[in-house]
Design a protein around this ligand. Structure first.
Ligand code: SF4
Length: 394
């Protein structure tokens, strides 16, 4: 098995996911050689491959790794230890490993983390089966369906949406340890959480066991509308793209630079006002940004304007139980068969936009536009599904 430094994060949070990914991945031995300095070494029956984004100097080595997040975490240290260890195993000396993101640039003191990194890798390389453990990676994981089927047989309380901490403990203290118990012992669940919450919890359990959506509260009327998704470059607090899907047509309002943010925002507001349609979005980010921008540019957006905004996430969370690890747009839309055309996500897109700012490479911008278009199309798909549930119910 060939493991690269960029796999360290996944191994750290969910070795099971890393195992799925590595089995599917086809890395040709010389895939990177023309582009990067590549070092390899063997450990615990695996091949460790260090791939860096930039070699700053070679004697001794100073290398740079690019990231997208806001802060440095322990897994970054382990990734740096992986790189340092692999390069030095090839007889070179590593002076510095720099990690850089749009939010930080730091020298990583990687040597103290080598022991922990090696123990993580030995656990990963020397085991063939890993348990399903709920982590934040489950939110967007493409293998969640498989994990759900597995946990549904044995446990799975962790995967009940909105049930954690003390609620989980309460269930367990009453002998409710798996999803079937939740259904069988409904009267206890109701006693513990009240009628409304218990109805949701039981619907969730059913949904996971039967692997299908379960409507637990009648849905409101779903009217036609447009779909909105904003892309922001958070280091500058800059909203550069307002993507709208209207009648199957994708309309991007793009700010070429910070100075044209106002114009892009005003054009979007104008468009929304002119259509007079409901504005569907996922989560409350769009509403929050609209309120901030209207304040920033002194543009009056009355309460009535926001009354046309409908959060599709809330429609799901309040009415439909789904067999998904989280109610993120990615999880829900994937469950209904939607495929994103790019490998971008909320974090990576920030890094991509930083690269676009640095290089003005239109291909990068094009990819971001596709990603944004897919987000609004995914929102449209999951709203369509809600409409289907709604008509089944009535
Ligand atoms: S769904 Fe969660 S537990 Fe399963 S492989 Fe993905 S990240 Fe791991």
């Amino acid at each position: 098995m060939r493991i690269t430094n960029s796999d360290v994060k996944t191994i750290y949070f969910c070795p099971r996911k890393a195992q799925f990914e590595l089995k599917e991945r086809k890395i040709e031995k010389d895939q990177f050689n023309e582009l990067f300095d590549i070092f390899e070494t063997e450990a615990f029956g695996c091949t460790l491959v260090a791939v860096v984004d930039e070699v700053v100097s070679r004697e001794p080595y100073v290398v740079k790794i690019r990231k997208s997040g806001k802060r440095v975490s322990e897994y970054h240290m382990l990734e740096a230890a992986f790189i340092g260890y692999v390069i030095e195993s090839n007889g070179r000396s590593v002076e510095n490993i720099i990690m850089e993101s749009p939010f930080y640039s730091v020298f990583i003191n990687w040597r103290p983390y080598v022991t922990k990194m090696l123990s993580l890798l030995s656990f990963f390389c020397e085991n063939s089966e890993f348990k399903v453990v709920k982590t934040h990676l489950c939110r967007t994981c493409q293998y969640s369906g498989e994990c759900f089927r597995e946990v549904a047989e044995v446990e799975g309380l962790n995967f009940l949406h909105g049930v954690k901490g003390s609620s989980l403990e309460k269930l367990r203290s009453y002998g409710i340890t798996n999803l079937k118990d939740v259904i069988k012992l409904y009267h206890i669940v109701e006693e513990l959480f009240g009628q409304e919450k218990s109805r949701r919890i039981v619907a969730q359990a059913k949904s996971i066991i039967e692997q299908k959506p379960v409507v637990f509260k009648q849905l409101p009327e779903i009217r036609d509308g447009i779909f909105l998704d904003i892309e922001s470059y958070t280091p500058f607090n800059f909203d550069y793209l307002f993507g709208i899907l209207d009648n199957d047509k994708y309309i991007p309002f793009l700010a070429e630079g910070v100075s044209s943010e106002r114009e892009a925002f005003e054009s979007t507001v104008e468009y929304i006002k002119n259509t007079g349609k409901i504005v569907y979005h996922f989560h409350n980010y769009e509403v929050t940004r609209f309120k901030k921008l209207s304040k920033k540019y002194n543009i009056n957006l009355p309460k009535k304007f926001f009354e046309t905004f409908v959060d599709v996430y809330k429609l799901y969370a309040d009415h439909v139980a789904l067999p998904v690890p989280s109610y993120s747009l990615k999880s829900i839309a994937r469950f209904f068969g939607f495929n994103w055309r790019t490998s971008l996500n909320g974090q990576i897109v920030v890094r991509s936009y930083a690269e676009y700012l640095a290089t003005s490479d239109k291909h990068i911008l094009y990819e971001i536009l596709i990603y944004n278009e897919d987000d609004v199309r995914a929102t449209e798909l999951i709203l369509r599904k809600l409409r289907e549930f709604s008509s089944q119910k009535n």
